[in-house]
Write a new protein. Structure first.
Length: 91
């Protein structure tokens, strides 16, 4: 399955791409739950939901509505999409 890849720039709300290169990466779910979130390689924290991702990005100066996190073209979802936060329940 292929997930969305970030573009070369994170939009800054001004309608242009002068903000410089930024890449948001949400790493695969950990065995204990949660996913590491990075911007340009800098660790922002461990998210347990798209709301957490939106909050980390807000603190980094990148405003995004939590309802748009899962569909954002500038966020790389590694290993699983935005609906998986781990650990997966036992069957």
């Amino acid at each position: 399955m292929t997930y969305r890849n970030a573009g070369p720039h994170v939009p800054d709300g001004r309608g242009d791409d002068t903000s410089g290169p930024s890449r948001v990466t949400v790493h695969p779910p950990s065995l204990t739950g949660g996913r590491r979130v990075r911007v340009d390689g800098e660790m922002l924290g461990v998210a347990h939901s798209v709301v957490d991702v939106a909050e980390f990005l807000r603190r980094a100066g990148l405003e995004i509505d939590p309802t748009e996190v899962g569909a954002s073209p500038w966020i790389d979802w590694l290993g699983a999409g935005p609906e998986h936060w781990g650990p997966e329940p036992n069957s």
